[in-house]
Design a protein around this ligand. Structure first.
Ligand SMILES: *[C@@H]1O[C@H](CO)[C@@H](O)[C@H](O)[C@H]1NC(C)=O
Ligand SMILES: *[C@@H]1O[C@H](CO)[C@@H](O)[C@H](O)[C@H]1NC(C)=O
Ligand SMILES: *[C@@H]1O[C@H](CO)[C@@H](O)[C@H](O)[C@H]1NC(C)=O
Ligand SMILES: *[C@@H]1O[C@H](CO)[C@@H](O)[C@H](O)[C@H]1NC(C)=O
Ligand SMILES: *[C@@H]1O[C@H](CO)[C@@H](O)[C@H](O)[C@H]1NC(C)=O
Ligand SMILES: [Zn+2]
Length: 400
């Protein structure tokens, strides 16, 4: 029985060899091809995400950033009849009353502008209106992944610290929250160009110093300071920038973005006892000046004088980005410092004198400052800068 089976088996095996070989070859080829296709598409996807993101510092990356900056519309020619005070009514946030749940005066920017107009410091038609930052502009610093994360309202709610925003449809969040911010970002970027041309520029907004390319927080959704500086590197023939960050909080966003970048010198004077406690980012501060809770005006201004002395001996900037948060004001629930309104005026005057005496273009951003009184204080300080001829707002208010 067994013997009789063998030849049949052998015969059928012999008959099977040809189709099996064909089958195996076909199968192997299919596997190889699909593996290749898979690797190809992986590579394509990686190429694409590398092209989009700006986290890496490869040569290709720098080229992509350069071409993004060069195709941007954020820089445009401003006629000399305009004054380098930058503001747009699109800056202000109103969100069905929800904005009132945040201690932030979300109409601060419009109110500052209103005071400057009423006090006749500047004419309405002399104010520069910026363009909004596009996705292409934001990608100069931000990753595609970060920008996509803003398509979830819950993420935006977390960053701006207004939990109810989480339940709103994202289109509403885009329009009511993110749109004002991209306009302010456009203002900060444009400010550097104006500062280079006119010696100074003030964006009545911006200063989102907690946001880095990969991470937002503390009311800061976009890294306007980092964007402003990258545009200046690329388009203004500038290669050394000093950030003077005098908001009460640590500027962990720009510190993270310019970690180990010798083109940027960071002077950060902040209260280390409050948000964000970012010790990693604090390693990238060139000059760290701690101002403890309860610091009063005189002590604050003395520390500032010393810090500016040290800064000028350490670095020779071609542009200063001054982050002029007013949450150092006495009574601010977040900053916990005790600087008076006149102290703010003196502070701003010191920084402007520092820059103007040395012919260094200066960009000022209004940043934090969460009380209803902040707008008045900021407007008064800008008025004083004009009175003291540190800025020219097109009005002769020196002798009034
Ligand atoms: C990926 O990019 C490199 C150079 O940037 C290019 O040589 C390569 O062909 C690209 N690969 C694919 C699959 O697009
Ligand atoms: C760029 O800046 C350097 C000084 O930093 C100057 O010598 C040079 O002329 C500038 N180039 C242009 C095109 O403005
Ligand atoms: C900065 O440089 C230090 C020392 O070279 C290094 O340990 C650190 O990882 C660098 N940080 C970044 C963010 O590149
Ligand atoms: C600032 O200007 C206001 C008037 O706008 C004036 O009352 C005040 O004394 C000035 N403050 C300082 C510190 O110069
Ligand atoms: C401003 O007005 C004063 C007199 O009121 C005059 O002396 C001064 O030259 C004027 N300055 C400018 C820049 O017009
Ligand atoms: Zn702050």
């Amino acid at each position: 029985m067994k013997n009789s089976v063998v030849p049949i088996w052998t015969e059928s095996t012999r008959n099977l060899i040809k189709p099996v070989v064909v089958l195996v070859i076909t199968f192997a080829a299919t596997v190889k091809l699909s593996q290749a296709l898979y690797r190809y598409s992986r590579r394509r996807a990686r190429n694409r995400s590398e092209t989009m993101s700006s986290a890496s510092s490869s040569g290709n990356e720098a080229d992509v950033r350069r071409s993004r900056v060069r195709s941007s519309k954020l820089y445009f020619d401003i006629p000399n009849s305009k004054v380098p005070l930058i503001y747009s009514s699109a800056y202000d946030i109103s969100f069905l009353g929800i904005e009132k749940l945040h201690p932030f005066d979300s109409a601060k920017w419009g109110r500052i502008c209103g005071f400057l107009l009423v006090d006749n410091v500047v004419d309405k038609n002399c104010i520069v209106e910026p363009r909004e930052a596009s996705k292409n502009d934001l990608l100069v610093v931000h990753s595609e992944e970060y920008l996509n994360s803003l398509k979830k309202s819950a993420n935006v709610a977390m960053i701006i610290e207004v939990p109810p925003v989480a339940i709103f449809p994202n289109c509403l969040v885009q329009q009511k929250v993110l749109y004002p911010f991209v306009n302010q970002v456009g203002g900060t970027v444009l400010a550097a160009k104006l500062a280079k041309e006119r010696g100074w520029a003030i964006n009545i907004g911006g200063g989102f110093h907690h946001c880095s390319g990969e991470k937002g927080g503390g009311f800061c959704v976009y890294a306007d300071i980092s964007l402003c500086i990258h545009f200046a590197f690329e388009l203004l023939n500038i290669s050394r920038v000093m950030i003077i960050d005098l908001d009460a909080h640590q500027g962990n966003g720009h510190e993270t973005d310019f970690a180990n970048d010798s083109r940027v010198y960071i002077l950060d004077m902040y209260n280390p006892g409050i948000y964000p406690f970012d010790y990693e980012a604090s390693r990238y501060i060139d000059q760290k000046v701690a101002v403890a809770s309860g610091t009063t005006t005189n002590e604050y201004l003395r520390k500032l004088d010393e810090a500016l002395e040290v800064a000028v001996r350490s670095f020779d900037p071609e542009l200063i980005v001054y982050n002029a948060g007013t949450d150092i004001l006495d009574g601010d629930p977040l900053g916990q410092l005790k600087v008076s309104p006149d102290g703010i005026t003196n502070r701003d005057e010191k920084v402007f004198r520092f820059a103007r005496n040395r012919n260094i273009p200066i960009v000022m951003l209004t940043s934090g400052g969460y009380m209803k009184s902040s707008a008045r204080v900021i407007a008064d300080s800008i008025t004083n800068l004009s009175k003291k001829s540190l800025i020219d707002t097109g009005k002769n208010i020196t002798n009034r």
